[in-house]
Ligand binder design. Sequence first.
Ligand code: NAD
Length: 507
Amino acid sequence: MTHTVTEHFSEQLGLRARALLHGLGASVPEPGSLLARTPISGGTLLPLTADTPTEVDAAIGRAAVAFQSWRTVPAPVRAALVRRLAQLLVAHQGELAELVTLEAGKIGPEALGEVQEMIDVCEFAIGLSRQLYGVTMPSERPGHRLMETWHPLGVVGVISAFNFPVAVWAWNTAIALVCGDTVVWKPSETTPLTALACHTLLHRAAVDVGADPEVHQLIQGDATVGEALVDDSRVALLSATGSVRMGGVVAPRVAGRFGRCLLELGGNNAAIVAPSADLELAVRGIVFAAAGTAGQRCTTLRRLIVHSSIADRLVEQLAAAYGQLRVGNPLDEGVLVGPLISERAFTSMQKALSRAVDEGGEIICGGERIDLLGPDAYYVRPSVVRMPAQTELVREETFAPILYVLTYDDIDAAIALNNDVPQGLSSSIFTLDQREAERFLAGSDCGIANVNIGTSGAEIGGAFGGEKNTGGGRESGSDSWKAYMRRATNTVNYSTELPLAQGITFG
Ligand code: NAD
């Protein structure tokens, strides 16, 4: 594509983004220095204005004020807002998904799946609104009742990453809202338009059901805008999704003001392939987990730990499957791998590949850039690299489609390799041997451990998150809601006596 053709193409994408925003009911923002770009061509979709420190402060203030009344609305009534949001998401699923494709470069089916995940978590939150259970326990004192009750926490700050620009927001917001909290969202500066669309839909949902629209605030900008949320003591919980580097900056600062943090940080996920594995199924699972979303999921499969007896065969089959992957414009049907998000992502992939070779690795396939839609778009072929050992490079998360292949002879050594990285998000094993599968489930130190499926593609019903440098947070399903509420232990005396605990007599 010549330069002018690319520019024209970028202009078309910009017009499409405007049309989608319009269809979603969002007014086109004032132009400013925050550029919404598309990785499809590398061009600018729209220039926006970032929020100033005064505007951020005011947004947090509005959320704090709104909390005072929102907390008193009964949880099942609060759920009406989330129900309406879900209806709007269903009605606008295609438009929002297309905006995700434009801004984050996800292929159509994955972008639609991301919006589906938002709808799913809304449904979960609606049911949850009648199940914010506390427990009662026997009191040691006669005529006393001992119980736990759960209460709204306050303002929840949400910082999100570019690669799940809408689902992570919905995980946090749907649950926080039914729990009685208000939300201030700082999306990735890379995906401001999808954020604007979500904020608009939620605002409209609030108006439709007669809820206070101020329960949700959107603040746009880079890390400095995020830092204002980190340091503000009106923010009771900071839920931050992104790199380990970001978590390392944010966590101590929130802890310093005794705030709560919920961290969802980087992963370095592995799958073990045992000799008994159904290899055909394993190859399909591995290719989706390693090359899907162009290797830009937190749960992307980055390390394959294969039994030495089947390693050559599996690598050969993977190379053949990778050869079939269509890389290209994510708006085109049949494309399986879209662009990398930025030149920086491309550079870090190239650096990692050359380091891998220096460390004795052999590039089996991929890694090369494909010149598709102009000089500012970064399309690459996903890569498989055989490594002699789990080197420092392999232990790092490179946010690009590189799959390192290691071999093992003993299952305990394989589980040890799985665990021997700083991150602890997702893991899996392909085996038909139940003993081996159970040993892996007990031995993996990750927040997610799967059998006969890959590391990515979690459902919203389970708690999502990981251990070690991944941050320890849990979001979405199961009892993750507890992070968004305050627990009180209550003792009620319905007797006429005043016995003290532990049998203490006083006076
Ligand atoms: P990033 O860390 O560069 O940015 C994430 C968000 O943090 C952005 O909104 C950014 O503006 C903000 N931010 C950065 N520094 C900050 C600071 N000092 N204070 C406040 N805010 C700050 O990450 P990214 O490149 O957008 O996303 C990719 C990373 O996110 C990968 O490491 C990936 O594994 C991780 N991720 C994790 C999960 C999970 O659930 N565990 C999900 C998605 C992405």
